[in-house]
Ligand binder design. Structure first.
Ligand code: SF4
Length: 379
């Protein structure tokens, strides 16, 4: 049978860095300079090095993220897939490629469709004002074009990413965004609050008081406005930041939230296998050098004991709004959630952050909004 697992590949290439982004990627204003061949060879080598310890794993989802995977040609992914199929037990039911709306061609999308059956478009905003505030390089018309071409190329499973609470956004902007977003009829929507990550240009502008984030009350209002709007259009809010039409939850991301095994390839990628967490260093040069010499890239390895795995699984599992099953956790980890967290859990329940119902523990409306606080209490 094999242990079901997810496979992620990190492609750390972008045209330019967006001011809010702290994902590991490098800007390539000249796309010709992306080391496509060398990177593919390094990935193949990394797969080969992992291969002996993955004989029991069956990879059922694949996700190409970044960075901007759509800067790479379809042939890159076709060759990578063939290699994965030849070297691992790799039969993905869901294979997602992240793309940016600008610079997509029908020919490339057709090529991607030969390998991928799901596409995630990094639209981020559906208004000119929002795209400008976020420092994005594309236009609203690029999103429309990307959706049309992706559909034409055969992608029937399409996700759109959106960032809300950008500086200057008001409720009318948000409503306009959402109306346009649903008019594209995506199967899945990810909505993230704009968060200034330390050391990013956005963070620095905020430190210098050059940009103001929206007040907390407004952000809360936006969060529930999005929830009501999308639920009203037939999407189910299934994870703190994610909505899907029935049957279209992201299978790959569920592996992370359900603390199931995953392998991450590429610089900066993380893996969770056999109770160990691996994190490749975020350094393309060192990644290529190490694999060029037939060695694993520099990485951190952490072994989690049963208790640490349990605590992590609780926190990740609560991100999914249906919550966690207490009997299943007891069976799987040997810990009783209620006894283990004792007083802390009692007070989170009493203060209305969590709900216990039919042997399941889940975030309440208040808990969804203050999930970071809840997770800090349970960590
Ligand atoms: S395109 Fe995506 S990965 Fe690249 S810098 Fe912008 S947000 Fe980050």
């Amino acid at each position: 049978m094999g242990i079901k697992a997810a496979l992620y590949v990190h492609l750390p290439f972008c045209r330019a860095k967006c001011p809010y982004c702290d994902f590991y990627s490098l800007p390539f204003s000249d796309l010709e300079k992306i080391p496509v061949k060398e990177f593919l060879e390094a990935l193949k080598k990394e797969i080969t090095l992992w291969q002996p310890r993955l004989k029991n794993h069956k990879f059922v989802t694949f996700y190409a993220g970044g960075g901007t995977p759509s800067l790479l040609p379809p042939s890159f992914f076709e060759e990578l897939f063939s290699f994965l199929k030849a070297n691992l037990y790799f039969i993905p039911e869901e294979a997602t490629i992240e793309v940016n709306p600008e610079g997509l061609t029908f020919e490339n999308l057709l090529g991607y469709r030969r390998v991928f059956n799901r596409i995630s478009i990094g639209a981020q905003s559906f208004t000119k004002k929002g795209l400008k505030a976020l420092g994005r390089r594309h236009l609203v018309s690029d999103i429309e074009k990307a959706v049309t071409l992706a559909r034409k190329a055969g992608f029937s499973n399409l996700s759109l990413d959106m960032i809300y609470a950008w500086p200057g956004e008001n409720l009318e902007d948000l409503e306009e965004e959402l109306k346009l977003l649903v008019s594209f009829e995506p199967q899945h929507v990810s909505c993230y609050e704009l968060t200034p990550e330390p050391e990013t240009p956005l963070w620095e502008l905020i430190q210098k008081n050059k940009i103001k984030l929206l007040p907390e009350e407004k952000i809360i209002k936006f969060f529930w406005f999005i929830h009501e709007f999308l639920e009203g259009k037939g999407f189910k809010h299934y994870e703190i930041s994610n909505y899907a039409r029935p049957g279209y939850q992201c299978k790959h991301n569920l592996f992370y939230w359900e603390a199931k095994p995953y392998l991450g390839l590429g610089p900066g990628a993380a893996s969770f296998l056999e109770g160990k967490r691996f994190k490749n260093e975020e350094n393309l040069k060192k990644y290529l050098e190490a694999l060029g010499q037939g060695q694993f890239p520099p990485r951190e390895i952490e072994t989690l004991d049963a208790e640490a795995r349990f605590r992590e699984a609780v926190i990740l599992g609560l991100r999914v709004l249906k919550g966690i099953s207490l009997p299943e956790f007891k069976k799987h980890f040997g810990f009783d959630v209620l006894t283990y967290y004792g007083k802390t859990l009692k007070s989170l329940l009493a203060e209305g952050f969590l709900i216990l119902e039919n042997d399941r523990l889940r975030l309440s409306r208040k808990g969804i909004l203050l999930s970071n606080f809840v997770f800090r209490e349970l960590v």
